[in-house]
Design a protein around this ligand. Structure first.
Ligand code: ZN
Length: 281
């Protein structure tokens, strides 16, 4: 059965860009008579506003998107810890006590997410403690995994190149798990068969594919959709003055009509794959 999910973080209200993403996931599941899930990704510490989750449910109902809600990330910390321990037992996680500024100052190259970690702590081996994050030893992990492939419904078969991210953090000191680890573990636990999300996350999939291999998790199909943008190129979801779905809902707008408009006019606009990769480069 086809299972998709919409996985918003309660860091701010949902906007039209989120509606688009939810509709892509919902309609993709429905096309196959499958199931559409809602997962609240609420482990972003200080930025998380749990009360927004109720708004998200109302927003999806207003858009007429039927969903089944699965456990929020805050209820799944133990599973992230288990996954991290598994990687640690394989000898491919190491503690890092560098500050963001230290990493930026010592970095000699940049990856898709910013300065590449220069491996300082891999060499000096700090004592793990509450102030340590845990990084993936990417070179060792890639050696263990060999060549990996993944498939995107819109963009075809891909060769995974997680090396371009360097030694990513998988266990944070300020939040339990990184997005990469949590989302990968969750999608497997929820039985997600088609991971739909914005093309701005296209390259992160290289890391997720590697983690799936290392953790022995099933490999889904991906569907990276365009990201809606304003005329000045800003992501619609990030525009501060764009009306939130909740505001439009409370103002009495017809959510079914809004969803119909999104389906009819917005599907092939926004950032394309090449735009997203050029922006990151
Ligand atoms: Zn370090």
């Amino acid at each position: 059965m086809t299972i998709t999910r919409f996985a918003p973080s309660p860091n701010g209200p949902l906007h039209l860009g989120h509606a688009f993403s939810a509709i892509v996931a919902h309609d993709r599941a429905l096309r196959d008579g499958g199931e559409f899930l809602l997962r609240i990704e609420d482990i972003d510490g200080a930025r998380s506003r749990p009360e927004l989750a109720a708004e998200f449910r109302d927003d999806l109902g207003w858009l007429q998107l039927a969903y089944r809600e699965v456990a929020p990330q805050s209820a799944r910390i133990a599973s992230y810890r288990t996954a991290a321990n598994e990687l640690r037992a394989m000898g491919i996680l190491y503690p890092c006590t560098c500050t963001r500024a230290e990493v930026a100052a010592a970095a000699v190259a940049h990856g898709p997410d910013g300065p590449l970690y220069p491996g300082t702590c891999l060499r000096r081996g700090p004592v793990p403690g509450p102030n340590a994050a845990w990084r993936l030893d990417m070179e060792q992990a890639a050696l263990l995994a060999g060549t990996l492939e993944w498939t995107d419904e819109r963009h075809g078969r891909q060769i995974a190149t997680p090396e371009e991210f360097g030694d990513v953090i998988l266990w944070r000191k300020d939040a339990p798990a990184s997005y990469h680890l949590a989302a990968t573990v969750d999608d497997a636990a929820d039985g997600v068969t088609h991971v739909t999300r914005g093309v701005d996350l296209f390259r992160a999939t290289h890391i997720h594919r590697l983690l799936q291999h290392l953790l022995g998790l099933p490999v889904p199909i991906w569907h990276h959709h365009p990201v809606l943008v304003e005329s000045d190129g800003r992501k619609l979801a990030k525009r501060r003055d764009a009306p939130a779905l909740a505001d439009r809902r409370r103002a009495g707008e017809d959510g079914r009509a809004v969803a119909a408009e999104v389906r009819a006019t917005l599907f092939d606009t926004g950032i394309s794959l090449s735009d997203a990769i050029n922006q990151q480069a």
